[in-house]
Ligand binder design. Structure first.
Ligand code: GDP
Ligand code: IMO
Ligand code: MG
Length: 424
């Protein structure tokens, strides 16, 4: 069965932990979108591995890991990440990168940084990894792909089109330094060497031969950060939703049998943008501290709030989620009360929304409607069977399933691989 792991909230739901678990049974693991804006953590035997671009399945060795055409890659970051894994003794010989993946150039990160630093209104709070500007150029058809690095002729022809435009924008719009063709060619030469051991020109054969085998698709970010369906413009620039896997991997949608939505038992968000169930009081601080909610990529404190069934139902719909992996439920071990946002109320007219209102500029008028659940007040981090969970934890999970209309088939009670309950 081929599965996609999709973040069901605003990212950092614990996708990497779930990918790592499901990768045990997979032959090929594919990252299909995003770039090094992602920060994915896997904990195995008390050792923590952090990934940005490389599929978490790499830890098993013996499995093909493929970074697909839908991704954007910052070469220096990729080099550093691969170097770190090699240092840790991880076998990266089966890591493969699509020649169709887009390259993040220095001017992309410069523009991202400039836009963020000078924004007075409308700041997105990006990771400043050049994600938006790289995707912008891709869709404007003035981007560079990894395959371009290996043809001097292609590169030269493309740069003759790209650079005059790029330099005009860099200088006149952003007041940034232009690039000469020689400078860019030199950079590309360096990048060609970085990718050389990994670029997979035989990717069509790789996909063909994996057709009868088990393929796992690893999403980055989350449905609410999706460029089409998320809290636009406070989103990333790619499609983390289940459908994004078909676009970014090279396989058609019929290859996908299941879409596992990963959600935390509460909600977090890094960066700007609306968040109706956000807690700015001491409960939010308690969730952040108990849950260690600080960004893997930027170290920023994550905004925290109660589980939001309104956005989650929306995520089930647009993300194509067929089942849920609920993580970090152990964070509530010492919470007497746990709330769930079941609807939004418009403070202007009392209107109740149970479906997600997509005009996020109106969210400032919305307040959460909560129902309250009793906590279980015991340590569940060692529980490995669903039946052994405290009654109140089971009630909480059953209620979430009822609200979302899909099963919760995996419950995660700690960061380690072993701290997982597979519900039958
Ligand atoms: P991702 O981006 O979705 O892969 O998630 P991150 O790695 O950014 O953040 C999830 C964090 O929660 C990581 O530090 C994980 O080790 C940790 N984690 C994952 N699942 C659980 C869980 O069930 N309980 C606890 N306490 N921590 C978890
Ligand atoms: P993982 O895969 C959480 C957020 C940023 C910002 C917005 C746009 O670890 O879940 P970008 O740099 O992508 O242009 O920033 O998206 N963001 C994430 N938030 N987890 C992530 O990845 C994120 N990747 C981007 O904070 O709000
Ligand atoms: Mg993360």
């Amino acid at each position: 069965m081929n599965k996609v792991v999709v973040g069901a909230q605003w990212g950092d739901e614990g996708k990497a932990k779930i990918t790592d678990l499901l990768a045990q049974d997979a032959d090929l693991i594919i990252r299909y979108q995003g770039g090094c804006n992602a920060g994915h953590t896997v904990v195995v035997d008390n050792k923590t591995f952090k990934f940005h671009l490389i599929p978490s399945g790499i830890l098993y060795g013996g499995k093909d890991c493929f970074i697909g055409a839908g991704t954007v890659i910052l070469p220096e970051y990729f080099e550093e990440e691969v170097g770190g894994l090699i240092k840790d003794g991880i076998d990266v010989s089966r890591l493969k990168v699509s020649p169709l993946a887009s390259i993040t150039m220095p001017y992309h990160t410069e523009v991202d940084g400039y836009t963020e630093d000078t924004a007075k209104k409308g700041k997105i709070g990006t990771t400043k990894k050049g994600i938006g500007p790289t995707y912008t150029d891709k869709y404007a058809r003035i981007g560079l792909k990894i395959q371009d690095l290996y043809s001097k002729e292609t590169l030269s022809e493309k740069l003759d089109v790209i650079l005059p435009l790029k330099n005009k924008t860099l200088e006149q719009v952003y007041g940034l330094k232009p690039y000469t063709k020689e400078q860019v060619l030199e950079l590309c030469d360096k990048y060609a060497k970085i990718f050389e051991p990994y670029v997979c020109f035989e990717w069509q054969e790789l996909l063909e031969k994996s057709k009868g085998k088990k393929v796992l698709f690893e999403g980055a970010q989350g449905v609410m950060l999706d460029v089409d369906y998320g809290t636009y413009p406070f989103v990333t620039s790619s499609n983390p939703i289940g459908g994004g896997a078909a676009v970014g991997s090279g396989y058609g949608p019929k290859m996908i049998d299941e879409v596992v939505g990963v959600a935390k038992a509460y909600v977090t968000r890094v960066g700007e943008g609306p968040f109706v169930s956000e807690l700015t009081d001491e409960i939010g601080v308690k969730i952040r501290e108990v849950g260690h909610e600080y960004g893997v990529t930027t170290g920023r404190p994550r905004r925290c709030g109660w589980f939001d069934a309104v956005t989650m139902r929306y995520a089930v719909l647009v993300g194509g989620l067929t089942t849920i992996a609920l993580t970090k439920i152990d964070v509530f071990d010492e919470f007497e009360e746990i709330k769930v946002c079941t609807a939004y109320k418009d403070t202007r007219n009392g209107k109740i929304y149970t479906s997600y209102p997509t005009d996020v500029y109106m969210h400032k008028y919305l307040e959460p409607v909560y129902e309250t659940h009793s906590g279980w007040m015991e340590d569940i981090t060692g529980v490995t069977e669903y039946e052994k969970l405290p009654e109140n934890a089971k009630k909480y999970l059953a209620r979430l399933e009822e609200l979302l209309g899909v099963s919760i088939s995996i419950v995660s009670v700690g960061p380690d691989r072993t701290q997982t309950i597979f519900k039958k």
